[in-house]
Design a protein around this ligand. Structure first.
Ligand code: GSH
Length: 220
């Protein structure tokens, strides 16, 4: 149940709790925790059984969605916010540029871009929305895809040579976009995805997620 490399020796009751459900967006935070190499406990919220709408969980995430993270008295939901929290609270994870580094600007931009631009752009695509690009915050699907292509053209990561939590957010978007046909399989996206999938932390998260999916079905 706990991360292999327990860099920080924490008592079990002090460990971070990741509220998660297999095969959901909470995969990105599973991956984040594996990249961070910090001990954490996973708490299954079976969204197929409606557990996300129970009062106990709504007090953690009033949106009734996974993921959410509890670290001592800190409670944080929303993938981007969780990435920002963990990367800054545990700088030894090396997942964020320092606040005074020039790359910090782009780092924050891409961290926010995932939720505020990629997510709605994919919804626009699958739902066939007609949007006015100058009025919608995300422009439109084509603009978002063009921005992503530009950002990933150099590589290997969104900040260039340095992998960061921004790659977890952008990478999850690209990964799911390719998997669900919301992104064309252009080499710029498939090559980036291949680099992401090759990361040991991604593979560990994938194994945990798959094992969790089997256990969830058995238990239900
Ligand atoms: N904006 C949220 C989205 C999370 C989300 O949509 N989670 C879905 C699973 S992929 C969920 O919990 N759905 C259950 C529900 O809405 O009842 C984030 O970035 O964390």
């Amino acid at each position: 149940m706990f991360n292999r490399s327990a860099r920080a020796e924490r008592r079990q009751e002090d460990q971070m709790k990741l509220y998660w459900c297999p095969h959901t967006r909470s995969f990105s935070i599973l991956w984040l925790m594996e990249e961070a190499g910090l001990p954490y406990e996973r708490v299954l919220v079976d969204i197929h059984a409606g557990e996300q709408r129970k009062e106990t969980y709504l007090s953690i995430n009033p949106m009734g969605k996974v993921p959410a993270l509890v670290d001592g008295e800190t409670v944080v939901a929303e993938q981007g916010a969780i990435c920002a929290y963990v990367a800054d609270r545990y700088p030894e994870s090396g997942l964020a540029p320092r606040i005074d580094e020039p790359s910090r600007g782009r780092y924050l931009e891409w961290l926010f871009f995932a939720g505020s631009c990629i997510e709605p752009a994919f919804m626009e695509k699958v739902s066939g929305w007609e949007v006015k690009p100058t009025m919608s915050g995300w422009g439109n699907y084509d603009r978002v895809v063009a921005a992503l292509e530009r950002a990933l053209a150099q590589g290997p990561w969104v900040l260039g040579e340095r992998f960061s939590a921004a790659d977890i957010m952008i990478g999850s978007g690209v990964h799911f976009g390719l998997a669900f046909g919301m992104l064309d399989k252009k080499p710029v996206f498939t090559a980036y995805e291949e680099r992401l999938v090759a990361r040991p932390a991604f593979q560990r998260a994938h194994e945990i997620d798959e094992a969790g999916a089997v256990e969830r079905v058995k238990a239900s």
